[in-house]
Design a binder for this molecule. Structure first.
Ligand code: GLN
Length: 303
């Protein structure tokens, strides 16, 4: 498969769509990102890199960090994680409070905000500086130096009233061990990590390779856990649009409001697409279409 040619074709076809949708503005620092950017990368498990457009421009990974904090949490706690976080699609927006109250402070899944706050709480218990632990976890996976953007983290922290409400609610149900302030500080820094499409596509190749990173980082998760993580990405990775996304794209994926989406083609490659303007559920509009074209053109998906 000539992935470079596929990516060129997708970038060309999507030109009229890039910029359609809305850049996330509820995090003030993200509101000024130009919507007219598009990048896409494929990193195969044999190490080939294919990239197009702005694939080497770093962006705010936002909720894609939820994937990595879950992996770290599973490494630390194994199956115990599931006593505090569920594994069902939420069918509600990623920052909704309604379900959390009705379900006694146990988030539906780790890919909505309250679920990621619980994972962050677990990291806060285990690490003195959890955001550094996440950044250090990502360096060997991506093969590059990774940092979080302090201005973006501070900007979100100042305005994270809904996340604070969720954290307090979970605390009242006994599902948060650390202080709300500490968990929110770390959570906002995880969301503010900056990576580009090539780095992210490479970072998820272990999920295409039975849990073992193909470029020598060893086992990240057992094969069974990697299978389960892919299943969760398929059912919950794109919020309340996960059903439609699975229907259209047919790959496990995780998105963020920075406009990035990572996807996994098991046995083959990691994929990442970035374009900052979002559809109403908070997924990149052009990014979702690009992944749909990717599986249509290649004829490959998990189905
Ligand atoms: N930092 C964002 C928030 O908590 C992440 C949400 C997202 O990317 N969907 O709202």
């Amino acid at each position: 498969m000539d992935y470079s040619e596929v990516l060129q074709q997708i970038a060309h076809e999507l030109k009229p769509v890039i910029g359609q949708g809305k850049v996330a503005s509820y995090i003030p620092e993200l509101a000024s990102v130009s919507p007219h950017q598009f990048g896409m990368a494929v990193v195969t498990i044999s190490g080939e890199v294919h990239a197009v457009g702005d694939a080497r421009t770093r962006f705010s990974i936002q909720s894609i960090s939820k994937l990595f904090t879950l992996v770290m949490t599973l490494q630390l706690e194994g199956e115990r994680v599931w006593s505090r976080v569920g594994r069902e699609p939420s069918g509600t927006p990623f920052n909704s409070l309604v379900q959390l109250e009705a379900e006694n402070g146990k988030p539906r899944n780790p890919f909505i905000n309250p679920g990621a706050l619980v994972c962050t709480d677990i990291l806060c218990t285990r690490y003195a500086v959890p955001e550094n632990a996440v950044v250090e976890f990502l360096r060997p996976l991506s093969g590059t130096e990774i940092h979080y953007n302090r201005a973006v983290a501070a900007s979100e922290r100042r305005t994270s009233h809904r996340n604070a409400a969720m954290a307090h609610l979970m605390k009242s149900f006994g599902n948060l061990g650390n202080s709300v302030e500490d968990v929110l500080d770390a959570y906002c820094r995880h969301c503010a990590i900056e990576m580009n499409c090539v780095e992210l596509a490479r970072a998820v190749t272990f999920l295409a390779h039975g849990g073992t990173h193909p470029s020598g980082q060893g086992e990240i998760l057992t094969t069974s856990m990697a299978k389960r993580l892919n299943a969760l990405m398929l059912t919950c990775g794109t919020y309340d649009a996960a059903g439609d996304f699975a229907f259209r794209v047919g790959l496990p994926a995780k998105s963020g409001v920075g406009g990035g989406i990572v996807a996994v083609m098991p046995g083959e490659c990691g994929v990442c697409v970035w374009s900052p303007a979002l559809e109403p559920s908070g997924n990149s509009l052009a990014g979702s279409l690009a992944l749909e074209r990717f599986t249509d053109i290649t004829g490959r998906s998990i189905f």
